[in-house]
Write a protein of this length. Structure first.
Length: 248
């Protein structure tokens, strides 16, 4: 018996659509009926989490919580959020619902560790970079983190907003290519695409170092969680309802 996936989407819609596609692509099936049930609440009206982190924009917590509650009422067994920056607010969301959330950052760090990569460049929203939570978690996992300089970060964020708001890919693609080239020369052995709007913009590009696509990592985790039995999840210590509520 599989479990229903809830996607808390909309930040942005392209990332939400790509996550849906990747879950389908990573689900092992024999016939069409083997595909997983997925409930999507694509809510672009959620204020940009990256701006909420820095106080430059509206706090998205209430909208994130309400969207998560919609998914729970609709029958989702657990939730995935295709937005790394939204995970800055994950504790508040967890405290407001009774179903678990698969953490994209935790899944990404586990994937990087398993690969043997010990030095990555982190490409993420300016808000998430300023928060330091991704860097701290990677460092605690024994992974060195390189990141864009201030000018590169500002350019990366501008390119990301152009893609999010106007669907213009070229500036983001050019900026990412330059940053990966420079930080690769500086010793990075892999790249964490820590903003889920970046992978859809780079879909047909190839790079000389490994890319850790957080959307694909989240999709594979969603399939795992939907198909594992309760006993398997309990034995693995993964995403048991209520377990992750640490500060409610």
């Amino acid at each position: 018996m599989t479990r229903t996936i809830g996607i808390l989407g909309g930040k942005g819609p392209e990332a939400t659509s790509e996550l849906f596609r990747l879950i389908i692509a990573n689900t092992p099936i024999t016939v069409e009926e083997d595909h997983l049930r997925i409930i999507i609440d694509n809510n672009p009206q959620i204020p940009k989490p990256a701006l909420g982190i820095t106080g430059e924009g509206e706090d998205p917590t209430l909208a994130l919580v309400e969207t998560a509650q919609n998914l729970e009422r609709a029958g989702a067994a657990f939730i995935v959020i295709p937005c790394n920056s939204a995970h800055y607010f994950i504790d508040a969301i967890r405290c407001a619902i009774g179903i678990p959330i698969v953490n994209i950052m935790e899944e990404t760090i586990t994937t990087v560790q398993s690969s043997g990569c010990r030095c990555v460049m982190l490409l993420a929203t300016s808000g998430l970079i300023k928060s330091g939570i991704y860097q701290k978690a990677l460092t605690e996992a024994g992974i060195e983190v390189l990141q864009p300089d201030d000018d590169e970060q500002a350019e990366l964020w501008r390119g990301t907003l152009l893609f999010k708001d106007k669907n213009e890919k070229a500036p983001l693609r050019a900026t990412v290519s330059r940053i990966i080239g420079r930080l690769g020369d500086a010793g990075a052995a892999g790249t964490v695409l820590g903003c889920t709007d970046i992978p859809p913009a780079l879909s047909d590009m190839n790079f000389s170092i490994p890319i850790f696509n957080t959307l694909e990592i989240l999709a594979k985790a969603a399939v795992r969680e939907a198909t594992q039995t309760k006993a398997q999840r309990s034995n693995a210590g993964q995403y048991i309802p209520g377990k992750q509520k640490t500060s409610c």
